[in-house]
Design a protein around this ligand. Sequence first.
Ligand code: ADP
Length: 877
Amino acid sequence: MAKKTTPMMEQYQKVKDQYPDAFLFYRLGDFYELFNDDAIKGAQLLELTLTTRNHSAKNPIPMCGVPHRAVNSYIDVLIDKGYKVAICEQMEDPKKAKGMVKRAVTRLITPGTQMDLNGDQAKNNNYLAGIIRQNGHYYLAYTDLSTGELKTTDFASEDETINELINLQSREVVLDDSVEDDFKQQLTKRNILQSHQPEIVNEAEVSYLTQDLTDEGQQTVVSLLVSYLLTTQKRSLAHLQKAISYRPSSFMKIDHYSKTNLELMTNMRSGKRQGTLAWLLDETKTAMGSRLLKRWLDRPLIDLKQISARQDKVQELLEHYFERNNIQQELIKVYDLERLAGRVAYGSVNGRDLIQLKTSLLQVPKIKYTLETLDAPAFADLEKQLDPLSDVASLIEKSIVEDPPISVTDGGVIKDGYDQQLDEYRDAMNNGKQWIADLQKHEREVTGINNLKIGYNHVFGYYIEVTKVNLNKIPRDRYERKQTLVNAERFSTPELKEKEALILGAQEKSTALEYDVFVKIREKVKGQIKRLQSLAQALSELDVLQSFAVVSEDYHFVRPQMNTGHVLKTKDGRHPVVEKFMGHQEYVPNDVLMDESTDILLITGPNMSGKSTYMRQLALTAVMAQMGCFVPAEQAELPIFDQIFTRIGAADDLISGESTFMVEMMEANNALMHATDRSLILFDEIGRGTATYDGMALAQAIIEYIHEHLRAKTLFSTHYHELTALETTLSRLKNVHVGATEKNGELVFLHKVSAGPADKSYGIHVARLAGMPETLLKRADKILSSLERKDVKLPTISDSAEQQPETGKVKEKTTHSASQPPLVDPNGQLELFGSPTPKAKDPAAAKIIKQLKNLNLMGMTPMDVMNQIYQWQQKLK
Ligand code: ADP
């Protein structure tokens, strides 16, 4: 269908073709207009009125628009919904343009490159990631365009890569053709926008930023990411910092399941910050401090020296209340220097931003002074990094007025006395009236015409008006006639003409010159960006450290003693968040005591008694300690953990759609595959999601596996009472239980963890608390007593060791020698109670018993065990 298009729509279409996946905001006068499909969809998303451009035509063009002054809020809405927006500006003054006004896209805004973040968003980093595949590795780079941070690393597996992306909370990933569809699907599933960057652009800028990288894959992925930024932003990226390569293994690793479970940054129920560790620890005074705190929380340290260095500083600040208070008071006046630096580089700062910058810089000498009075060696480095940039502060002081307007193009930004030419223009403007009045007085005197006056109108400009009766008195040589009225004549003089040009041009020239002067100042500040960024980093660090000192004081945290061995002792430890909600008085503190030769605590106790709180509190304590913060306990001695694995609660992985039990097994497997003797494992009621016997079998096998193969510090809570017998066979396992007591037939939780196994299962009492019918409960009591008369015997690890001597790792301590492997009765039922004679009439069952006997449990993963049990079940059906 041949459509007649106007030249403007032709121009529009040409631009739009280059940005098919973005909303094109096309500048028309005071509006940005959207056309065609963009308009239809945009009107809906932005709640705008949909109109048409040429209603009378056969095929009117759908159109909607937003006023240019309000454009940012509309852009934000689209970006938040995961779309891209291309801004197409008029590149020349429409009044002066010959023919079509030239237009071009000046910026492509995408979720990962959004710069103007407000409110709560200011406290978060907005990371754009890049990923490529090379030599079987995933190379990842990420940047926050608003702060200039640029980092890179690589991973051997897809899982680790996705895990890191989730940690970074990236909303957008830049890819090239090397990335497979399977990976892309993972991104789609997690609502991460994919952007394609086919090639590297601007070699010079890219090679500067990748200068310090030695790995070729890392260089490539950073180049790709930077190329995407250059392509979309179309402006200076002077604030991007040279890419730094990092190894996730240089930090404590916590996978995203565990981060979610432990509620480090997001509350599981509300999805908000409240109720998280980040929320509790964040007493920072600046947005950049708040962001750094999250980065530290995301990557706790594993180097003893680094941890101690942070703790030393926290201790100093904790012990010096007044100095800390001074520092806080100064930090409150410090603005977001990281993002200000970004805006300076971008050329998007205004006068107010520069005043904010100056105000911030003026605090630095005071902070430095306070740190000096502390006179602590711990702060020597940080103090050195605190460069007050006095050159920049005094430049702004000299040049920018104290309360400048938002706009940088309408004047009123530059101080008097800063630029001579500008002063002259202003002089002309401000003193123009006075000059005119003086001239009138002077002309009256020299001519003797007392009613001579000087006036102004738009058409003729300034004039000297003389009534007709006085015309004979005017100096003919100087006065030139401009206009004749009924009773008067109007004149000009060369002097008046000159002044007129000056006065009339002054306003326009002054605003134009002011803008030029402002841009020059901005460029000067831009030259100091690296220093500004380094200062921002030092201030953020100080902010986080003072925040740690504040919370440590408020919540009575203590400095943990870190060791490189395996001793873990916390006395009167607390879960800091639960305690905050509940109140210090209400919370029952608990010890975790694990010496060099204790690896596993098996925790028993009724539901709701506090088992998972006990486990979480240890994980949070470890994380806090390795961030450099003090910990919620009376005393703490902690090993440095390389990783934390958790399987707590029954949070279904809704995204992947896996069943609870499958997720449970996958998470457990992840721990078993990757934990080392330096790791911390928290398993809460593993095996609960399946039938009793295979659940219990799995739980025991997992405990044995950890005990024999991993030696990771492990807290394992279970409702399988039978497992407490493992203490007699596994030398590095200890039983603890959470106490509860009965009062008037009701259960009272004590929340106190003590040595030894829980003496009884409290399930029925909990059911009573829940209000189940009394007849049902009585029946349950009866069944329980009949079951308790039977003796449950589990196979011990020594049984499997006897059968599988090749595993080599046989326990020193063995009892329960009378125990036998479970049986299968003639009906095909697995029998744990009763006669220990391993006989079966059913040939299928007999075969299974044989296989079971020969099973090398120690050589199997829990998944293998599960699969094996499943196969047996199928055979017995
Ligand atoms: P479990 O894992 O044994 O089912 P939880 O750890 O979920 O139990 O704890 C249940 C509730 O008990 C928590 O929500 C909390 O309110 C309370 N609780 C847990 N530990 C303590 C404690 N040490 N002091 C006081 N209350 C506690």
